[in-house]
Write a protein that binds this ligand. Sequence first.
Ligand code: ATP
Ligand code: MG
Length: 388
Amino acid sequence: MNDIILLKQGEIVLKGLNKRAFELRLIQNVQHRLEPYGKFNVYSVQSTIYVEPQDSCDMDGALEACKTVFGINSISRAAACEKDKDAIVKTAISYLGDEMRRAKSFKVESKRSDKSFPMTSIQLSQYVGGELSEAFPDTAVDVRHPELTVNIEIRDYAAYVHGPAIEGAGGMPVGSNGRVVSLLSGGIDSPVSTYMAAKRGVRIIPVHFFSFPYTSELAKEKVISLAQILTKYCGKMTIEIVPFTHIQEEIREKCPEEYFTIIMRRFMMRIAQRIADFNGCKAIITGENLGQVASQTMEAMGVTEKCCHVPVLRPVICFDKNEIIKIARQIGTFETSILPYEDCCTVFTPRHPRTKPRLEDVEELEKALDVEALVKEAVKNIERVTVK
Ligand code: ATP
Ligand code: MG
């Protein structure tokens, strides 16, 4: 049997003149994602992407992989056959036989983009419906609320028969909306915010601040594992691991304790901005969440983002923790995020952090530090780890 996968494009179909560019990006992303499952011919016709196996491919694996590609709304595995009414019936009986036997009721729905086909969609549905009724007498026809819909599509090169479509990952193809830097800690929130940004079609450069020996080698490995899990959605990424120990020690030594976190976070933002500039990134993503901790009040976020000239986007800003956890579980990062390793944010945490810092005060206190030299030193010693 000629088994193929049909991918229905999401929001791309609403695009105007640049639609083809989005489509090509999506095709490329699908091709990359399917590499481990065999050789496929991937092409698009009329807002549908066809995934045709070229030899003995792992179709189950390919189907699973397609579920994580952004830019796809729904996925169907279909059988291709000759554009002939009886060939279609034969294919439906063999390909959807198990589903037909299991369902209490069914209907046939046909679509015809090849208008030269000698029957209208309604005629074809009636014909195939009648034949299936005879072949499966225990399954009733119900055009209003069928348990199973048998879909037939008559397209340019072949007819396709498939059962219900499954949901795709939605969003826009990664790489179609530019590049961003995403601050990735080992926590629960930032893998989710990274995933959400990628879903809107941006390519991600993850940045992690690492405070060895206050945070262990295992904490670093945890972040690399998180990035690894995210590649399923984001594609290949290179993590920028920024040595942060010297900066934190300098702040501890020269700044008042209650301002420690806010000043540290401003360093993170400054370094993120440098990495963004260097890589042509047009925004910085964080997993910040309004009111979650002292450094995430509106005042504190206002003071930290003053160090950046690109927008700071915070995909989970208004989510409840439960909502963030729900997504973390769905995308498979939760179990890794809760492993008990320290993050640099929990090193030298002030007992009474400032929740409503003022920019003038913070800038005054930062005069005790050689900000530019510290930033330069950290950027110069970045370690890069590629995950795919
Ligand atoms: P998460 O928010 O991911 O659960 P967290 O709660 O430990 O981790 P916060 O202290 O809430 O982190 O920090 C807010 C945001 O700052 C994070 O979501 C992340 O974007 C960024 N951040 C914190 N620590 C780091 C780090 N070590 N490296 C990179 N980014 C970090
Ligand atoms: Mg957090």
